[in-house]
Write a protein that binds this ligand. Structure first.
Ligand code: OOB
Length: 543
């Protein structure tokens, strides 16, 4: 697997298109730092975020972001430099990220589940100068990864730890009197979002304040957020869904309150909803199912008015249960870190909300549903979803070769999703054409994991496929051919091998099958795509 690291950091929209987005009022030329200033002016002493017993007001967030920004500058972090941020759902996340933005630094968002191999890659590929991690989450000590990350990332100068720093810099020490800082260009690179990836290593997605704040503004309107909104942040805060659809940024824009939830499991989330009177939250389908099936006697979830579900296909049967059993409205959200987000609307008929993944949020979102030759298919027919618009990127960060196939010549992003459009204009996600497994909303690029398996010296070849799973939608199954003379590792040993390579736990193959050989056609070796399809069929039929 070759890591792509060529091409521009930010592929700009064509000048005429950008001008049209500005004229239409979509792009307003406001930086994230300036946006927070405005929100703090408006909401002042109101609570921006609740975290355990801690309350962070808008004014306190604004001030803390200034102090953190000044501290970063004192540390030597310069405008444009990248900083990888891996933080759990705590109130710290907000002043850190807004502080980075005010300093002109570029956050690179990682998930709490990521391990040294992924974090090292993010640092290396983005030339990050700093890494911000927690001391520990659950039983895992994030500081234990630092040496392995440093070994991969020569540009990394600072490791900043929220909590006990050990030999590193304490987050709480980056706190100095505010200094005057230049406001970064709102149309420039503001942060790097993570893509689930489908080829090789995860791609980094360059987003601007102009495009992202537009998507947040429209999301706030569609989801009708206001100062009374109390949003339970249950999924990882740095995920695009939780951050912007309308998510944490939407809540702040609307003057509401974010309730940081350390764990989305019912035994943590339910009491928090009751205690803090949460009005809305966002979940992936397996969590929605878990909540539906959990014992809710003795908890009062009556404050909850809206449950958003997205990240993977929510089965219609589960969708139909939400209102009756959880006592709140459902909204389906079909989005992607690259941009396009589709929502069912709050006043849509139940049938639309329960059976479709909604429609694009912006009138300027262009959607094409095409066949394998990029010809548009009639409504109702399944095709590949292509999209471009005012908040969908035109290219990945430093990935020219990949961009050449991931985007059309006209700048449409090839989502890799198979969809059909209903007569009323909503999209139904019917499948996927990309080499990715969607494990309950967590994305796994199959060849990333295949490459890790191939690194084992007893492995001759390996193919990762998604197999249907009742709870997760799909799980991963690795089919492995061993070298003839090698000592034969057990499936359990191979799983351990992958885990110890330093990957997010959800990427460890759920199951490993060792076979003598892969099916081949009469002609000889078949393509990996065809092989994956054949194996997927075998393992699906077997159930
Ligand atoms: C969200 O973003 P990503 O970047 O983790 O994943 C995007 C992919 C989509 O291309 C699609 O394959 C799948 O996740 N997906 C869905 C879906 N929502 C996302 N597939 C079926 N039904 C849905 N409702 O997952 C994401 C970003 C912003 C908001 C919501 C989700």
């Amino acid at each position: 697997m070759t890591a792509v690291s060529d091409g521009p950091e930010l592929t700009r929209w064509p000048a005429a298109v950008a001008a049209a987005y500005r004229t239409a009022g979509y792009w307003r030329g406001q930086s994230f730092g300036a946006a927070l200033r405005e929100w703090a002016r408006r909401s002042g002493d109101r609570p921006a975020a609740l975290d355990g017993d801690r309350t962070l007001s808008y004014a306190a967030l604004d001030a803390a972001a200034d102090r953190f920004a000044a501290g970063l500058v004192a540390l030597g972090v310069r405008a444009g430099q990248r900083v990888v941020v891996q933080l759990p759902n705590t109130a710290d996340f907000l002043p850190v990220v807004f502080g980075l933005w005010r300093a002109g630094a570029v956050p690179v968002f990682a998930l709490p589940a990521h391990r040294h191999s992924e974090l090292g890659y993010f640092c290396r590929h983005s030339d990050a100068v700093a890494l911000i991690i927690p001391d520990r989450i659950g039983g895992f000590d994030h500081r234990s990864m630092v040496d392995a990350i440093r070994a991969q990332a020569p540009t990394l100068r600072h490791v900043i730890v929220a909590g006990e720093p050990g030999p590193h810099t304490a987050l709480s020490d980056i706190d100095v009197e505010p200094v005057e800082l230049a406001d970064p260009d709102p149309s420039g690179l503001a942060f790097l979002n993570l893509s689930g990836g489908s080829t090789g290593l995860p791609k980094l997605i360059p987003r601007t304040a102009d495009d992202y704040l537009y998507s947040v503004r429209v999301s706030v309107e569609i989801c009708r957020l206001g100062p009374e909104t109390r949003y339970l942040c249950a999924l990882p805060v740095a995920h695009n869904f939780t951050l912007s659809s309308p998510g944490v940024l939407g809540v702040l824009m609307a003057g509401g309150t974010v309730i940081m939830c350390p764990n989305p499991a019912p035994d943590t989330a339910f009491p928090l909803i009751e205690r803090r009177r949460a009005t809305m939250t966002a979940l992936v389908p397996p969590l929605a199912l878990l909540w539906l099936n959990a014992d809710r006697s003795g908890v009062d979830l009556s404050s909850l008015r809206l449950l958003q579900v997205g990240g993977a296909r929510l089965p219609d049967e589960a969708a139909r249960r939400v209102r009756g059993e959880l006592g709140c409205a459902l909204q389906q959200v079909f989005g992607m870190a690259e941009g396009l987000v589709n929502y069912t609307r709050l006043d849509d008929p139940d049938e639309v909300v329960n059976t479709t993944q909604g429609r694009p949020m912006s009138p300027a979102d262009e959607v094409r549903i095409v066949d394998d030759a990029d010809r548009e298919v009639p409504d109702g027919q399944v095709g590949h979803l292509l999209t471009r618009g005012p908040y969908t990127v035109r290219g990945y960060f430093r990935a020219a070769a990949h961009n050449a196939t991931a985007f059309t010549a006209e700048g449409f992003y090839r989502t890799g999703d198979l969809v059909r459009r209903t007569p009323d204009g909503n999209l139904v996600v019917t499948g996927r054409a990309k080499d990715q497994i969607n494990r309950g909303g967590e994305k796994i690029a199959v060849d990333e994991i295949e490459a890790h398996l191939l690194a084992h010296d007893a492995v001759h070849d390996a193919v990762l496929v998604g197999v249907p799973d009742q709870h997760l939608g799909e799980r991963s199954c690795a089919v492995v051919v061993l070298r003839p003379k090698a000592q034969r590792p057990s499936p359990a040993a191979l799983r351990r091998f992958v885990r110890e390579r330093g990957l997010a736990g959800y990427k460890t193959p759920d199951r490993i099958e060792i076979v003598d050989e892969f099916p081949v056609t009469g002609v000889g070796k078949i393509s990996r795509a065809a092989l994956r399809a054949a194996l997927r069929r075998t393992f699906t039929e077997e159930r």
